[in-house]
Design a protein around this ligand. Structure first.
Ligand SMILES: Cc1ncc(COP(=O)(O)O)c(C=O)c1O
Length: 353
């Protein structure tokens, strides 16, 4: 398929001041359309509203999937893509889960590269910033019957971003959610599908109303085993061993999670992927054995957890400060992403040297 390029004649003003997360969008986007069993009309075009019928099935039945990846520009002027192939693999897995078509990953990868080159002057360069890449696929068939759509848009928008949490690297406060559940085995929790996020908002809002930053999810059956947090996977360092919930279908298989496991192991830190019982975590906090908790995600990077609330009680973690292991992993991961550290695991594609 050919990639058509239509450039804008009206470039927008760049943001000044704090970027925050996902508030600004660049001048262009990639889009292609699925119809008659194939993708067509692939193009990079000026960033614009979508043409969508009010009856489009994504708006009624949430047949939609998305991804989140990042490109970095360092002081040498290199543009560095982090594990984008893994995101496109996961997007195709998510699409299959929702009976949506997959796509030629190499074609989309190259189209994203082109998009980044065209909007290169939008890539921020300050410490902690990046160009966030949001591939999205939605069902567009104008039909109210509940069935897989026959037509789709696949598009990619990009956004210069800073820290995901307003307070940057400062430790966050999580509330363990004991009533609502995010996902059950056999559901869609292990895929990046849009409905998962709508279903999780209530718990997040409740947590925030009580003074916490986010909800920490427990499993749907026992309400006892930790799953994940908002847009992050989670790690607990207890007595020097790093524990993270095993992937059993209801947790998103995070690409940062996978990278962090590799980094921890490379430092000879033991990693256990298993059921993590929140009662045992609380117990460890009480006997001084809980060293650190941190979340991992493309948007949140490494996010230290300073406190968590469970069963009416607040627990402090590492005196409410970022722990040694979290800091080491943060430095190493961001160092690999921006080129300060060697890319010894082959995670980075330098698309412009
Ligand atoms: C629900 C959820 N869990 C975990 C993550 C972390 O995944 P990744 O490291 O691939 O960004 C995300 C973010 O993508 C997410 O939305």
């Amino acid at each position: 398929m050919e990639l058509k390029i239509i450039k804008t004649e009206n470039k927008k003003a760049k943001p000044t001041g704090k970027l925050g997360f996902g508030k600004y969008f660049t001048d262009h986007m990639f889009i292609m359309e699925y119809e008659g069993g194939e993708w067509k009309n692939a193009r990079i075009q000026p960033y614009q509203d979508l043409h969508l019928a009010p009856s489009a099935s994504v708006l009624h039945y949430a047949q939609g999937v998305f991804e989140g990846a990042k490109a970095y520009k360092n002081s040498k002027g290199e543009i560095r893509l982090f594990r984008l192939n893994d995101n496109l693999d996961r997007m195709c897995d998510s699409a299959e889960r929702l009976c949506m078509p997959t796509f030629d990953k190499k074609f989309v990868y190259d189209a994203i590269k082109q998009l980044i080159f065209i909007d290169e002057d939008w890539i921020p360069t300050d410490e902690g910033t990046a160009l966030y890449i949001r591939p999205t696929m939605i069902a567009t068939e104008p039909a109210l019957g509940v069935h897989a759509s026959k037509t789709y848009y696949m598009y990619v928008i990009v956004s210069p971003v800073g820290a995901y949490y307003a307070h940057g690297l400062a430790p966050v406060k999580l509330l363990v959610e004991e009533n609502y559940v995010r996902a059950a085995k056999g559901g869609t929790g292990g895929h990046k599908v849009i409905g998962n996020y709508a279903a999780s908002m209530k718990a997040g809002e409740n947590a925030q109303a009580k003074g916490y930053d986010q909800a920490m999810w427990l499993d749907a059956k026992h309400h006892r085993y930790v799953e994940e947090v908002g847009a992050m996977n989670i790690f607990f360092v207890i007595d020097g061993v790093a524990y993270t919930p095993a992937l059993r279908g209801s947790i998103l298989p995070g690409i940062t999670r996978r990278s962090v496991i590799t980094l921890l192991k490379s430092h000879n830190i033991k990693v256990r992927e298993m059921n993590v019982d929140i009662r045992k975590v609380a117990e460890a906090a009480e006997n001084g054995k809980l060293n650190e908790i941190f979340g991992t995600g493309t948007a949140a990077v490494i996010s230290p957890v300073g406190w968590f609330g469970y069963h009416g009680k607040d627990y402090e973690v590492n005196k409410g400060e970022m722990g040694e292991i979290s800091k080491m992993i943060y430095d190493e991961l961001t160092g690999i992403q921006n080129g300060k550290y060697p890319d010894k695991f082959g995670w980075v594609d330098i698309i412009k040297k």
